[in-house]
Ligand binder design. Structure first.
Ligand SMILES: *Cc1c(COP(=O)(O)O)cnc(C)c1O
Length: 391
């Protein structure tokens, strides 16, 4: 590592002092040639693994054709991706973004506009404690991350927070100012928190009864991560607004804001952006969606999710404490002791990338193409690290 150059980088987090150089499938190599088995995958981003052929092919073809015609003109990949996603989700309109946070900003704008048009200016969103929706100022205010309230005051008003997984609490928080309910189907950054069965369906019902919009942030749970194309399909709870990011680009910056006809209230001029819907990223998104939406692909995710779950459950059995939670290939191992960061660092040394999502919790978000052998290899490294810390 060149420490002089490191000084030029804005210090926003601590990172191990290696340079990541090359990736392929479930593996990544640093510049020294050390190989790591990757169960972080760009933060649940590389849905098809590192440098997948589908993404490389789409980038190569599209980059030789057209990069940015400007948002003033149509391009074919954007139209194709919008048609594909609306068909698959049951929603009606799509707007493309570069990040998940930006998609959520669009969702917030739609809600506020819809409130102006339909609910006498109601503007409040009910969000959840422990929720995460991105790092813009508005989404920092929407989040329920402990301590985030105090980061950049004054906070954007208009968010009321309730406990996650508690539909009755949502009912109790509704006032004449409420316009929408916004949740993640499973809280990702919050620690892979799975709500009780029926939660999303109940939120759908509340939204219908009280004439509110239901916004689902599937930036992390979408695009096959939980074993369905979208997590809401598990409960048939189609939202009015759906946001996507992370896995939809499988490594390139792409997000999407989808809305039903009822919720799609932007007038010309209300929304836009220089790179939004650019053909380079939407061509990749199209290749990714077409790959993931295949029934056999999603069956593989469910199968590998079951295998990873049972492997982690064996580790819990060997440790004599802890638990496993999550769905599909978004899983967490609760260690029962505050040693997740130490385990993550020891795994890193041993050539395994994991995320310590909580002080007591490890998160697993491998490539959706992960193989049984790779899961077993991961378990072998983790088992030996867990054995060492219990000595
Ligand atoms: C990662 C994430 C976001 C933010 O996406 P960015 O691309 O980092 O802006 C929003 N919501 C959820 C649920 C996420 O996991």
């Amino acid at each position: 590592m060149d420490n002089e150059k490191l000084k030029a980088l804005m210090p926003i987090t601590s990172r191990p002092s290696v340079l990541m150089h090359r990736g392929e499938g479930s593996y990544v190599w640093d510049v020294e040639g050390k190989r790591y088995l990757d169960f972080v995958q760009g933060w649940a981003v590389n849905s098809l693994g590192h440098t997948p052929v589908e993404v490389r092919r789409a980038l190569e073809t599209q980059s030789a054709l057209l990069l940015s015609p400007s948002p003033a003109y149509h391009n074919a990949p954007q139209l194709e991706l919008a048609a594909t996603l609306t068909k698959l989700s049951g929603l009606h309109h799509a707007f493309f973004t570069c990040t998940g946070a930006d998609a959520n900003e669009g969702a917030l704008k739609l809600c506020r506009k819809w409130g102006q048009l339909n609910k006498s200016g109601a503007y409040e969103l009910i969000t959840t404690h422990g929720g995460f929706h991105g790092r813009t100022l508005a989404m920092t205010a929407a989040a329920g991350k402990p301590g985030w309230d105090a980061l950049f005051p004054p906070n954007l008003p208009g968010f009321v927070k309730v406990p996650f997984g508690d539909a009755e609490a949502v009912r109790g928080a509704i006032s004449e100012r409420t316009v929408a309910i916004m949740v993640e189907p499973i809280q990702g950054e919050g620690g892979v928190v799975v709500p009780p069965a029926g939660y999303l369906r109940e939120l759908r019902q509340i939204a219908d009864e009280r004439d509110l919009l239901l916004v689902l942030d599937e930036v992390q749970t979408g695009m096959g991560r939980t074993g369905r194309l979208f997590a809401f399909q598990q409960e048939d709870a189609t939202p009015d607004i759906l946001t996507l990011g992370k896995g939809i680009g499988s490594g390139v910056p792409l997000g999407a804001l989808l809305a039903s006809e009822r919720a799609s209230v932007f007038a010309h001029g209300d929304q836009g952006g220089t790179y939004n819907g650019n053909p380079l990223m939407t061509a990749v998104g199209l290749a990714v969606v077409q790959t993931i939406a295949e029934p056999a692909f999603l069956a593989h995710v469910r199968e590998m999710g079951a295998r990873l779950t049972s492997v982690l459950e064996s580790l819990v059995g060997e440790m004599g404490r802890g638990s496993v939670r999550g769905r599909g290939l978004l899983l967490a191992l609760e260690l029962g002791v505050e040693r997740a960061v130490e385990v993550r660092d020891l795994c890193f040394e041993a050539g395994l990338l994991l995320n310590a999502v909580r002080p007591t919790t490890l998160r697993f978000m491998p490539s959706l193409r992960v193989t049984p052998d790779e899961i077993d290899e991961m378990a072998g490294i983790l088992r030996s690290v867990l054995g060492r810390i219990s000595e």
